[in-house]
Design a binder for this molecule. Structure first.
Ligand code: ADP
Ligand code: MG
Length: 259
């Protein structure tokens, strides 16, 4: 089967056509790094009858932390305690309710960017005020309890409802965020039956086909899922565990096309 690598930056898509001539493919594996590009391109392709992996629903849900948390809660997946508010004053109340430090996250964002630990009420007010000078999306205030955990989290790659590999991600020295993009390091993690159960449930909650489920080991509450990634990065997971994740992805696409 022919395979083509397409750069979203080069395409022109016409709406309202069955199978855009440029996109007469059986399936598209969406790997856009830009969330908005990927999401909107997925919408257009699905609209013209192309099967996109992951789907628009999954991308839209995973790409927005608030929508993800709602989906996870609804499906009984344990997540960190999260409060939402729509003005700085209400968000300060939310931070006071959570206690300090609390964590403020943009609802759309990745690689740990713009995630701010709110150390006390004064800092909270200053950072929340800052956000009022930003795009309205940043004024949907998503605040989370700071989870008391070891300096690492777990990324479990789930394909077609099956965990294929998991790693611990360690925060770089002097950092509390564990993102590989900011220099976090990784170690293999055994997929225990508990990790498997939670990762599969989280993947189903967002109707994910190929996802990276991130969880933290809370000292009080056990494993808590804080994020499900729909264009999951897997270089660290593949090199650390030796699992050929790229091959697993390709095999899944072929399998799903035969169904
Ligand atoms: N509630 C929390 N308590 C403690 N650490 C957190 C919490 N939420 C996120 N982190 C840390 O910050 C990192 C980035 O947060 P995450 O929600 O995954 O955002 P991003 O999409 O930017 O990766 C996580 O990988 C984790 O190490
Ligand atoms: Mg993350």
């Amino acid at each position: 089967m022919p395979l083509k690598h397409i750069d979203a930056k080069d395409v022109v898509l016409e709406l309202g056509r069955k199978r855009n001539s440029e996109f007469n493919y059986d399936a598209v594996l969406m790997r856009c790094i830009s969330f908005y590009r990927g999401l909107h391109m997925t919408a257009v392709l699905e609209g013209s009858g192309v099967r996109v992996i992951n789907s628009f629903f999954t991308s839209n849900t995973c790409g927005n932390k608030l929508l993800s948390s709602v989906a996870l809660e609804r499906h009984g997946v344990k997540t960190p305690r999260t409060l939402v508010a729509f003005t700085p004053a209400a968000a300060t109340r939310a931070a006071n309710t959570l206690g300090y430090p609390a964590i403020l996250k943009p609802v759309v964002g990745s690689w740990g960017r713009l995630i701010a630990p709110l150390k006390d009420e004064d800092t909270a007010e200053a950072i929340l005020e800052d956000r009022t000078y930003m795009y309205p999306l940043y004024q949907v205030f998503y605040l989370q309890e700071y989870v008391n955990r070891p300096p690492r989290d777990i990324r479990c790659v789930v394909i077609d409802g099956r965990p294929v590999a998991a790693i611990y991600r360690y925060a770089p020295p002097g950092e509390w965020k564990t993102n590989v993009a900011i220099g976090g390091t990784s170690e293999p993690c055994k997929v225990t039956s508990e990790i498997e159960k939670i990762a599969v449930k989280a993947s189903k909650a967002v109707k994910g086909e190929i996802v990276g489920v991130d969880m933290m080991e809370s000292e009080e509450d056990g494993l808590l899922v804080h994020e499900v990634n729909h264009t999951t990065e897997f270089r660290a997971a593949a090199t650390t565990t030796g699992v050929n994740i790229a091959e697993e992805i390709v095999k899944y696409i072929f399998r799903s096309l035969k169904k």
